[in-house]
Write a protein that binds this ligand. Structure first.
Ligand code: TRP
Ligand code: ZN
Ligand code: CA
Length: 444
């Protein structure tokens, strides 16, 4: 150690070691020198929703109507019983549920909102259906079908233990049949800051029509595309939904500027010969001859439509919430706060929070480290993953007397979940020379 430098660095601008917020500074062109291949978008595969489960919910809704004067309408006891049934399933599955009470036509109504814990609260994917029937009947296709399909997808999220990048919310609205009263109330009472966090609202009102068509809302092209892609893989032709645009709970969301999408299997419009040709069923008859009638019962369903549409809901929920192309490959997460490294002392750390990256970290994670320090052989540097796993970047060396570390290390971090708090740990293991961590960054 006789060659040890004793020159002391004039340390300037040593900041508080606790200012550890990470900055997302955008794509780094500098990182393209040895550009790692863009990681494949890690969209979790959506499950096949068991239509028997969807039908079991519909059977329960039918029983509720039967026990309550034959309907589940706003202001009637069958409505609250329907709310209680859906809420019970969601609570048992780990959802955070909220009942939002409102008054309409002199009667109390409720919206049921269910949040799946986790995901980026600034990016919400919401799916919904109306939970009320008309007074004329039990409303099993309108809209028990959308209620049950959405519920079963929410339960599938729980069964899968899905950890979506975005935040998932589900809603069952009251008094739709009185003019979208519940969904208007929900949207009007959302603070505008919360409204703007909803990236998509997907509406499912009538998805099991007995003489079905496959109609996709065309209000927002990217959301329309998600559904069309799903049906294309199934070989099922679709048409644009035109039977009364704006006649369901997506309308208030759309009016408030939220991108909307959805599915519809038809109400009282008549199936044409061309439509019967491509979808089967009976031309010259309504898609749902029992629309808003007492015969909209458990018998008023097409199981294939219910099955395909429920699978489509799952596909959309999974794809819109787990898949991400943001941030693009090359995005940098950086901490530029200075951290003093005590001479021959304890290790110090600096944090960088990674968010919005689906799945695991790359196999060639770039770790840029800038340390101002005399005799850098004193330093031991580790990268600590969010789960605490440690990756040694640099060992100490009695013979490396050069100043400073300004290096990019490549770490195979593919077994680590990308999102979370990453730390750089630096320890000075020999006395005399000192310095500070100037900045460090992760490039995905
Ligand atoms: N919302 C309507 C109802 O409950 C049904 C309906 C008619 C519909 N046309 C639609 C739903 C178009 C969605 C899209 O009576
Ligand atoms: Zn409806
Ligand atoms: Ca030292």
């Amino acid at each position: 150690m006789s060659t040890r430098l004793t020159l002391r660095h004039a340390l300037t601008a040593i900041g508080a070691a606790t200012a550890l917020s990470a900055a997302l500074v955008g794509a780094s062109p500098a990182a393209t020198a040895a550009a790692p291949a863009a990681p494949a978008p890690t969209v979790a595969a959506a499950p096949d929703i068991p239509v028997a489960n969807v039908k079991a919910h519909l059977s329960q809704l039918q029983s509720i109507a039967t026990a309550n004067s034959g309907n589940r309408a706003h202001g009637r006891p069958g409505y609250k019983a329907s709310v209680d049934y859906v809420k019970g399933k969601l609570d048992a599955a780990g959802y955070t549920t909220t009942l939002q009470q409102f008054t309409s036509s002199g009667a109390t109504g409720w919206n049921l909102i269910a949040d799946w814990p986790g995901g980026d609260a600034n990016h919400v994917v919401m799916s919904g259906a109306h939970l009320d029937s008309v007074t004329a009947g039990p409303g099993i296709n309108d809209d028990g079908s959308g209620t049950a399909g959405t519920l079963e997808v929410a339960l599938a999220v729980s069964r899968a233990g899905l950890q979506p990048t975005k935040h998932l919310r589900f809603g069952w609205f009251g008094a739709e049949e009185l003019g979208m009263i519940g969904s208007k109330y929900y949207v009007n009472n959302l603070p505008s800051a919360e409204r703007s966090k909803i990236d998509a609202y997907l509406n499912f009102d009538m998805i099991g029509s007995p003489n079905p068509g496959y109609f996709v809302y065309d209000d927002n092209a990217p959301l329309e595309t998600v559904f069309k892609d799903f049906f294309a893989t199934k070989g099922i032709p679709t048409e644009i939904e035109t039977e009364g645009d704006g006649r369901s709970d997506h309308a208030p969301f759309k009016s408030a500027g939220v991108p909307v999408g959805g599915l519809f299997s038809g109400a009282d419009y008549i199936k044409t010969a061309a439509q019967a040709q491509k979808w089967g069923g009976t031309s010259g008859q309504a898609f749902d001859a029992c629309y808003h009638r007492s015969c909209d019962t458990y018998a008023n369903l097409n199981d294939s439509a219910l099955d395909n549409n429920s699978d489509a809901i799952a596909y959309a929920v999974w794809n819109l919430s787990t898949g991400t192309t943001t941030p693009p490959s090359g995005t940098v997460f950086e901490n530029t706060a200075d951290v003093t490294i005590p001479d021959a002392g304890a290790a110090v750390t600096s944090s960088v929070t990674v968010s919005g990256v689906a799945g695991n970290a790359p196999s060639a994670l770039q770790v840029g480290v800038n340390i101002v320090h005399t005799y850098r052989g004193d330093l031991v540097i580790d990268l600590v993953a969010p789960d605490g796993s440690t990756y040694r970047l640099k060992n100490s060396s009695g013979s490396d007397s050069a100043d400073n570390v300004n290096t990019t290390y490549t770490v195979n971090a593919s077994s680590e979940v990308a999102n979370g708090v990453w730390k750089l740990k630096v320890q000075d293991v020999a006395s005399a020379d000192t310095g500070y961590l100037n900045s460090w960054k992760l490039t995905f």
